[in-house]
Design a protein around this ligand. Structure first.
Ligand SMILES: [Zn+2]
Length: 196
């Protein structure tokens, strides 16, 4: 059965069986390979299908597209993270591309989907990110360079992690607060249910 979730008054997403099957397939593949696995959800909020799956580095560089259809969401796994939480980069990606971001963490029994709030945009119609989002984007770009250098030179310090946590906190205010929890029960024939 397709699953429908209402994020707020205007926003909802109804995932097709095809998409739900692909989510389960991606989770399985990710567990087997320990690599990030993902795909775009293409079409409309009512009628959608999965784009081609990407694995590992492919997902970070350029996930396969939706051909001529619209991209409405991006699902991907976090094989090294237990919980289903997006990264700073994930939230920025979802705001700049106006997508619902769906994430699955290795040991979680649910997929979480995050939708950017109206406040994340100066103009929602034009999809222009707000000044606050742009500031976090700049902070993140600088942080990334510093973090990479520290990683090469040795362990990143507490200060670097604290900086990341602060950006994360600021960004989480820009997405609809409670993630949409899609709970799955692997032994069931129709394994999906929405947890509220
Ligand atoms: Zn991610």
């Amino acid at each position: 059965m397709p699953l429908t979730y209402r994020f707020d008054k205007e926003g909802y997403l109804k995932l097709s069986d095809e998409v739900l099957d692909s989510i389960l397939e991606a989770i399985k593949k990710s567990r087997e390979t320990s690599k990030e696995t993902g795909f775009y959800i293409c079409g409309t909020r009512d009628k959608n299908f999965p784009g081609k799956m990407c694995i590992g580095i492919e997902c970070a560089i350029e996930p396969r597209d939706c051909h001529s259809s619209r991209k409405i969401s991006f699902f991907h796994t976090h094989p090294t993270q237990r919980v289903s939480e997006p990264s700073v980069a994930d939230i920025l990606f979802s705001i700049y591309n106006y997508l619902v971001m769906c994430v699955h963490g290795l040991e979680s029994a649910s997929v979480c989907c995050y939708k950017p709030k109206r406040e994340a945009y100066d103009s929602l119609a034009m999809r222009i990110p707000s000044e606050k989002v742009n500031n976090i984007w700049e902070r993140y770009m600088k942080w990334q360079v510093k973090f990479r250098e520290k990683t090469i030179a040795g362990e990143p310090t507490y200060a670097e992690w604290k900086e990341y946590k602060d950006m994360y906190k600021d960004l989480m205010e820009m997405v609809v607060e409670d993630c949409w929890k899609l709970k799955y029960v692997e032994s069931k024939r129709d394994p999906w249910e929405v947890e509220i």
